[in-house]
Design a protein. Structure first.
Length: 102
């Protein structure tokens, strides 16, 4: 599982039938700043993930990959490798709250 910022969306007019109606979002993983541990940094990588929670652009979300992406009721029959399974409200490391706005 990893945190990511939603940076965009994908529209695909041609796809397998099981994917019709699925919301596809572009997510960029985040990591805790190695030096200060006081902020989240974008990694520069991107993934396409199926949204299962109604997330939107700019939000920080929890993502899963691989077989874990198919463990929700909505995704168990989909040919996917990544799914958004939560929206992050706050991050705390030790006694410090880390801003989720990157």
């Amino acid at each position: 599982m990893f945190m990511a910022r939603i940076t965009g969306s994908i529209v695909s007019s041609q796809k397998v039938e099981s994917m019709v109606g699925q919301k596809l979002l572009i997510v960029e993983p985040l990591r805790v700043d190695e030096k200060t541990r006081a902020k989240l940094n974008l990694t520069g990588r991107t993934f396409i993930a199926v949204d299962t929670v109604g997330a939107g652009e700019g939000e920080v979300v929890l993502c899963v990959q691989g077989s874990s992406a198919r463990f929700t009721d909505q995704t168990k029959t989909l040919p996917i490798d990544a799914a958004i399974v939560g929206i992050v409200d706050q991050v705390q490391i030790g006694d410090r709250q880390v801003p989720v706005n990157v």
